[in-house]
Design a protein around this ligand. Structure first.
Ligand SMILES: Cc1cc2nc3c(=O)[nH]c(=O)nc-3n(C[C@H](O)[C@H](O)[C@H](O)COP(=O)(O)OP(=O)(O)OC[C@H]3O[C@@H](n4cnc5c(N)ncnc54)[C@H](O)[C@@H]3O)c2cc1C
Ligand SMILES: NC(=O)c1ccc[n+]([C@@H]2O[C@H](COP(=O)([O-])OP(=O)(O)OC[C@H]3O[C@@H](n4cnc5c(N)ncnc54)[C@H](OP(=O)(O)O)[C@@H]3O)[C@@H](O)[C@H]2O)c1
Length: 388
């Protein structure tokens, strides 16, 4: 990911700035199946100078309830001193599990550590079967539905000493969030659009570490959130007269809110076209009022919405693109920039396929011609993606 290039402020990934949350506001209406938050973090005094298109890195801590469950599953008290690899100072097991280590999803290496320590033949047999090369798919599925604590509970003969246990875990890594504000309007703050991850697997409620840290666990106003700027190549055109098309369903709206703020503040002449979508208009129209205001003020020139669950058959942003294919192709032929942000696994692929289809059908191109045309768009940075 190109996003990891660091900025020039004295603060960086290795030396994060301690920020505080100054706003934590739900973007969904009561009754929604989703929980998306507008999170504003203050950066005054940090020297952090962000640009629209950049991301913010956040170092979370683990959910204290998950940490206590894990300490109990280990049969430990939590105050045992441990040393993390390559570190001299010893800290308590509780602090290591809360602040420093990944205690949620594990990999094959952790299963191997369990096997090496299992003393009951039944545990050994089950672990051995999962670790066989031919069971790879089953192992992946098995690990997808379990976190550290489940694995400890499922193999009761496995015993770890606290020091041995922390040596088996990977570090807790920071998460990136696309910045949803323009520094022209908010030089002292960074806005984020965070989808709060909550789901259930293996009969347990799970939470995403960083999204719930930001949404639920950080005390507003307290300077305790370690953040750093992750510079990006996801950028507005240098020529402000160029038109832009932005495709950003769900949290994919984040950088486009920033783009719109920036273009409006600069008085850019280029036209702005946004494709946004989410589940239901009444509950999930993220930043709906702002977007409608931009649209009625003529600052957002075209706004196409795809609320997937407002009708029987799913409607997604790429369906709206195909409905508007003729005009969209005119904009592309006119030299506009085409941006996509949000889900990489399904949405970005389908939007890319729709773009190819439009090039074929509107541009009269063969499959190969459409592919090389779009490849050129990417090379010339007229097609940029910020997907995750
Ligand atoms: C450049 C970039 C920009 C990003 N911008 C944004 C943004 O603007 N807004 C935003 O919200 N996120 C954004 N993300 C994603 C963000 O970084 C985190 O990955 C996201 O918030 C989840 O982190 P977490 O710590 O809450 O969850 P984690 O603890 O990391 O857990 C997430 C994992 O949980 C599992 N999982 C999640 N849902 C389910 C389910 N239903 N069933 C089974 N397993 C599941 C999956 O394995 C998933 O990988 C961005 C990522 C990148 C790389
Ligand atoms: N692991 C993954 O694959 C993945 C990727 C991105 C986000 N997420 C998770 O999803 C949650 C919310 O993310 P988000 O708010 O950014 O929104 P999102 O889940 O990406 O959904 C936004 C909108 O996109 C629609 N959508 C679903 N599949 C699509 C496709 N193939 N093409 C175009 N649109 C499609 C959704 O419709 P429907 O929901 O009605 O189908 C919804 O209307 C978060 O918890 C996040 O972690 C998971």
């Amino acid at each position: 990911m190109t996003k990891e290039t660091e900025a020039t402020s004295v603060y960086s990934k290795n030396h994060p700035f301690l920020s505080s949350i100054v706003e934590n506001r739900p973007l969904n209406q009561p009754g929604s199946q989703k929980d998306t938050r507008h999170i504003a973090l203050e950066i005054s005094g940090s020297g952090i100078e962000y640009e629209v298109g950049d991301s913010l890195g956040v170092f979370p801590t683990n959910d204290p309830r998950a940490v206590e469950e894990l300490i109990a599953a280990l049969g430990s008290k939590g105050d045992e001193p441990v040393a993390l690899p390559r570190e001299e100072e010893r800290i308590s097991l509780r602090e290591a599990l809360t602040q420093r280590l990944n205690i949620t999803m594990q990999s094959k290496k952790f299963l191997q550590a369990l096997l090496e320590r299992a003393t009951d033949p039944a545990d050994q047999e089950r672990l051995d079967a999962l670790l066989k090369p031919e069971a790879r798919a089953a192992m992946t599925e098995y690990l997808k539905n379990r976190e550290c604590v489940d694995l400890l509970e499922e193999y009761p003969s496995v015993r770890f000493e606290p020091q041995d246990f922390v040596e088996q875990l990977k570090r807790l890594v920071p998460r990136l969030y696309s910045i949803a504000s323009s520094p022209l309007l908010y030089p002292e703050a960074v806005h984020l659009t965070v989808a709060v991850v909550r789901y259930r697997t293996n009969n347990r409620d799970r939470v995403g570490v960083c999204s719930t840290y930001l949404a639920d666990r950080v005390e507003p106003g307290v300077k305790e959130v370690p953040v750093f700027l992750a510079k990006s190549h996801f950028r507005l055109p240098e020529d402000a007269d160029r038109d832009i098309i932005m495709v950003g369903p769900g949290t994919g709206i984040a950088p486009f809110r920033a783009f719109l703020q920036e273009r409006v503040a600069l008085g850019s002449k280029g036209r702005n076209w946004l494709f946004f979508g989410d589940q239901r208009r009444d509950y999930d129209y993220l930043y709906g009022e702002e977007l409608e205001q931009y649209y009625s003020d003529g600052k957002l020139h075209r706004l196409d919405l795809a609320f997937s669950r407002d009708q029987e058959k799913k409607v997604y942003v790429q369906h709206r693109m195909l409905e508007k294919a003729e005009v969209l192709w005119e904009w592309i032929n006119g030299g506009c920039l085409f941006y996509v942000c949000g889900d990489a696994h399904r949405m970005a692929k389908d939007v890319d396929a729709a773009l190819h289809q439009i090039a074929r059908e509107q541009g009269g191109m063969s499959e190969e011609e459409a592919a090389s045309y779009i490849k050129l768009m990417r090379k010339e940075r007229r097609y940029q993606r910020d997907v995750y």
